[in-house]
Design a protein around this ligand. Structure first.
Ligand code: BTN
Length: 263
């Protein structure tokens, strides 16, 4: 396993942030259970700051649908941006699509790799997953607003050994010399920008441009049944429009996972 050249440093991350983003509170951990869980702990303790929590490794990294996220030390970046957009809870999924675009744009800027987005929260390179995104919203008891958004991003940079259950589907960016501090900062610069306009999102056209699924045959599961469909559009909320034998269906990103079909 090859370690990436430069390790995480708070001041280095800050130096790559745009001046208007440098107020964010940055912490760096060599190892932590999960940067999203740490964000939750801080919010529960009343911390209202905009926060960037980064780790070299996670011992209990979390993914969507209760899955774990493999987060070995040094060979990836695992970080969480906490923002307080005060938007309707129904718009929180937009942060996930904004994060995916931010990851793709930053990687394209810093490397010659051309990653694409697999709906809704995965970034792929050469047909394999190199990045996952987990957005969690914190809302008051009436569940109307997303007061805070916990946006967690994990990117495999140089990981070469994966556990059996993901070894055929996961991969890495393969950029051993990449400065992880700069990568995190550039992703945050994009994400802060897109987060300004979650009410009227500016990133969806780019999300569609980088989509791995639009125009493709997919399979999805609903109520225990598998369906074949063609992915035809993605709306402002990140919902996927698919053409089925029964007409157009809208798949909600929170509930459904898809597979690219080999049909
Ligand atoms: C997924 O693939 O389903 C989402 C994975 C999200 C992983 C990131 S790593 C940083 C942050 N902390 C976590 O525990 N999860 C997210």
């Amino acid at each position: 396993m090859v370690n990436t050249a430069v390790t995480l440093e708070k001041e280095k991350i800050k130096s790559f942030l745009l001046p208007e983003n440098r107020d964010v509170d940055i912490s760096v951990f060599e190892s932590i259970d999960s940067t999203n869980t740490e964000a939750k702990r801080r919010l529960e303790n009343g911390d209202k700051r905009t926060m960037l929590i980064c780790a070299e490794g996670q011992t209990a990294g979390r993914g969507r649908h209760g899955k774990s996220f493999y987060s070995p030390e040094k060979t990836g970046v695992y970080f969480t941006l906490v923002i307080h957009p005060d938007i309707p809870l129904s718009l929180a999924a937009r942060a996930t699509t904004a994060a995916a675009v931010s990851v793709v744009e930053a990687i394209r800027e810093l490397t010659d790799k051309k990653p694409l987005i697999k709906w809704v929260n995965d970034v792929f390179l050469d047909g394999k997953k190199i990045c996952g995104i987990l957005t969690e919203a914190v809302s008051p008891t009436d569940r109307t607003k997303a007061e805070s958004l916990i946006i967690g991003i994990g990117i495999n940079i140089s990981t070469s050994l994966f556990p059996d259950e993901i070894k055929d589907t996961a991969s890495s960016l393969g950029e051993n010399e990449l400065d992880k501090n700069e990568l995190i900062a550039r992703i945050c610069n994009y994400l802060f920008g897109y987060a300004e306009s979650l009410n009227n999102p500016t990133h969806i056209e780019k999300y569609k441009k980088y989509s791995l699924v639009l125009g493709k045959e997919i399979t999805y599961e609903k109520n225990g049944r598998a369906f074949f469909a063609r992915a035809v559009d993605i709306d402002e909320n990140g919902s996927l429009k698919v053409e089925t034998e029964n007409g157009i269906e809208t798949l909600d990103s929170g509930e459904i996972s898809i597979k690219l079909s080999d049909k």
